[in-house]
Design a protein around this ligand. Sequence first.
Ligand SMILES: [Zn+2]
Length: 389
Amino acid sequence: MRNEDDTTPQEHRDDAAVSAPDTEADAPVTDPTETEAEAPQGAATAAGLSSPDAVGEQAVEHAADQDGDRTEDPDAEAAAQPAATEPETVAGIGAHDAAAAVAPAPRDDASAPTLGDVLVAIEELWPASLAEDWDAVGLVAGRLEQVIRRVVFAVDPTREVVRDAIERGADLLITHHPLLLRGVKSVAADQFKGGAIHDLIENHCALVTVHTNGDSAVGGVSDVLADILGLQNVSPLVPAAEGLPEEGIGRVGTLPDALALGDFASRVFGALPAVAGGVRVAGDRDGIVRTVAVCGGAGDSLFDAVREARADVFVTADLRHHPASEAREAAIEDRPYLVDISHFAGEWLWLPVAAEGLYNVLVDQGFAVEIGVSSINSDPWDFILTPGH
Ligand SMILES: [Zn+2]
């Protein structure tokens, strides 16, 4: 959610029904040594991301068949079973893809939407009014009349992500994090942000940001996290100032069965794409957790809300020393425990859900479009050293 900006208040949240928590939690995490060969990004590629077929091409590229009847396309049929055939797929994602594959097929006369049409659908799903004041969401580059046949979702608008989207023939790249959050005085191509802008425009690929509006909306990052972890009775940690009661920052809910903190952390680990930093935990491994607070992205501004919700554990990203240390000092009966996850990995889980949501809205409106998820791992960390390893 909030992004990498220490000065900004909160981060993300989102929701959306992902797959059954049990299957996600139990799904094996990919062994990078087994997937490295086929993973486009090598060992640094996150499990689940390592299989672009399982994510981008399978899940969400539905409208590919030219006669508009996807259900008769054997490739599309095959795409409906990634969970069973792609053990390296991130838990939860395969089931999502399967869900996406049963989305209504475009009409025979369906035509591709314009960028303006897609922006209307985006506003329907993730209203800009839900974005934080400091945020920069919406259209970054592109002409409204441009025809959009292929869309790619990604967490970060890095040069690698942009180039990959262009190579995949995307007319529109939708990223969670803004490319241009602060004041810009130049988009010169020899600077990385300006270079990305040039790459996009020169290749007729538009760029849209869905950031804290996507966090706050139903089906945002935190909703997806809550769902994947099996939480019930989920509500926002901080309700949106303007919006529905279920919209807002972070989520809190309860596990159907209490878990030891160590087992809960294993569930978190198993649900995420594999990244170098893994998962860090503060608290007694045998401590019992039932009430769980989550916040995709950097959520260390939410400790007051987490304590108010009486959460046993708080799952978020980018926990810095002082906020984490002070939260532990202020703990009541040692709660809340802390589970610190990769910012990228936590937010990446939202992408298939977002892609499916946008696809469904556009197809319901009679448009034909392909929507995929980037296979690029943009977590900045590559390896970690820990005692004993
Ligand atoms: Zn973020």
